[in-house]
Design a binder for this molecule. Structure first.
Ligand SMILES: [Fe+2]
Length: 185
């Protein structure tokens, strides 16, 4: 006789729950990360966008909770190592930028990496929910996926139109000279 562990994933429903718990933990981690980054951007527009994204991310976590209520299940139980790794990478990247404008560009790429990870998770979970004929859940998750995509497009537009060009010229504007090899430790 096969014995099962509590952690075992038996069917598509279990797999959907695992994906959703992973997303829930990921959203909570992202809230903490965005809170730690709020008001640090040099660009006013980027700060505005990050504040808006933080509000949306809180709503995403709340929406997953709603999904779990509908399923009569607990949203807790998974640690999202994917987002944890991406946040760690992001923090390292942002901390290494010595020019504020370049740091803004790095912050955008960091958040877009996290968003793309989330979009994959939401897309998959929506497909599972549809297969399981839980269209009510698919609909809720689709709202979040749409918001993730809109946020991603907003960040891309801001990067292309303002942040990246500013980063390109920042060393000249800030009169920061390129360090000589002896200055680099
Ligand atoms: Fe989100």
């Amino acid at each position: 006789m096969t014995t099962y562990n509590k952690q075992d994933i038996f069917d598509l429903y279990d797999l959907m729950l695992e994906q959703l718990r992973d997303l829930y933990d990921g959203e909570l981690q992202q809230i903490k990360f965005l809170e730690s980054q709020s008001e640090i951007a040099e660009s006013f527009e980027l700060n505005e966008l990050l504040t808006f994204h933080l509000r949306e991310t809180k709503r995403h976590a709340q929406r997953i909770k709603e999904v779990f209520e509908k399923l009569n299940e607990n949203p807790k139980g998974e640690n999202c190592d994917g987002i944890k790794g991406l946040i760690k990478e992001s923090q390292k990247l942002v901390d290494r930028c010595i020019n504020e404008e370049v740091r803004d560009a790095a912050l955008i790429t960091a958040i877009q990496h996290i968003n793309h990870y989330e979009m994959a998770g939401y897309g998959t979970s929506i497909a599972y929910a549809k297969t399981l004929e839980r269209h009510d859940i698919a609909e809720l998750l689709l709202e979040t996926l749409r918001e993730e995509k809109r946020a991603d497009m907003g960040l891309s537009d801001l990067a292309k139109n303002q942040i990246n060009p500013d980063a390109k010229w920042s060393a000249i504007v800030n009169k920061v000279s390129t360090p000589t090899p002896t200055e680099i430790k």
